[in-house]
Ligand binder design. Sequence first.
Ligand SMILES: Cc1cc2nc3c(=O)[nH]c(=O)nc-3n(C[C@H](O)[C@H](O)[C@H](O)COP(=O)(O)OP(=O)(O)OC[C@H]3O[C@@H](n4cnc5c(N)ncnc54)[C@H](O)[C@@H]3O)c2cc1C
Length: 341
Amino acid sequence: MSRVLIVGAGLTGSLCACLLRRELKNKVKIVVWDKARGSGGRMSTSRSPDGSSHSADLGAQYITATPAYSQSHHSFYAELQASGLLQPLLAPIEGLKQREGSVDYVTPRGTASIVKHFLSESADLCFEHHVTGLYRRGASWEVHRKAGGSEEFDAVVLTMPVPQILQLQGDLTELLSVSQRQQLDGVQYSSRFALALFFSPDVQLQLPWAARYVSDSDCIRYVAHDARKRNADAAGCGPSLVVHTGVPFGLQHLERDKDEVQPIILQELYRLLPALPQPISIKCQKWRYSQVLTAVPGCPGHMTVLAEPLLVCGGDAFSHSNFDGCVESALSVLDVLKGSL
Ligand SMILES: Cc1cc2nc3c(=O)[nH]c(=O)nc-3n(C[C@H](O)[C@H](O)[C@H](O)COP(=O)(O)OP(=O)(O)OC[C@H]3O[C@@H](n4cnc5c(N)ncnc54)[C@H](O)[C@@H]3O)c2cc1C
């Protein structure tokens, strides 16, 4: 049985693992490693730091299906809707650009629920497994971890943001052709900060919208009443508010500690919403790699670094920076794996 390591428990890695298991169940042993303490990646649903059952989506907010992807990815949309994980967006969003024929969906249980759905079918899942290096050892890859130790795999799939792929030690960068290296060096991401404010259960947020795109602030670009936006019932745990900064603000403060930046965002939030009550806890996230601004040319879905032993890269940088981009990439990585194993 071939041992396949998928690095990254975001949407691309999780879907890769799920599809691989569905298609090659008895032929491969699939292992998923992620450096984080939970799954989701940039589709993360964060818990309140106070340990309550509050949650908020700090990364992706909606899933927008274009007419073409509604058709070609119909089975994924149908599966997630049938599981109650995806619902049409119903709540009023101020400033949301509607694209003709596109449908916006939300995730009542948070965006990470989609990732967890696909992961629930895959095999070994290990968190706090930070990959630091890849070394070719005959017909296998020896994969090193930050915590020490290494394991060997017959094939490795990397789904983290491209700059994190290029930081890996070992043989990877030497195996890249000049043109592959140029393509990866050309990938660019936006950067932003996100805040989640968690309120006490007796608080009612008096806001006329479920989410709003802000145009009159140098700091804040988007604010959402999280549960209301995702058609969810927050009864019992209180509401939460999600704030995304604009990209110029994100870039300006990128090298600062998030604890220094949090008060600046809060001050601007209370300027925009002076009647907002005080939260019981706050979580701040720095998205150094937020959405992909420049993808790998031609959006090929994947990049094969070495055919044997297989080393392949995937993720939204190889397609588009959204749900359908991750599905495209996962399908394309799956084809490579099926051809190789
Ligand atoms: C603020 C924000 C808003 C967004 N809004 C939307 C939206 O509204 N709609 C939409 O469709 N998309 C949106 N996106 C984009 C969407 O979230 C991404 O396209 C998608 O989540 C990318 O998934 P991925 O699996 O390719 O990568 P990731 O989610 O980044 O997964 C990569 C995983 O690899 C792990 N990792 C990294 N390095 C290592 C290592 N060395 N060892 C082990 N593990 C490692 C990370 O912890 C991570 O879990 C948004 C993103 C952000 C940040």
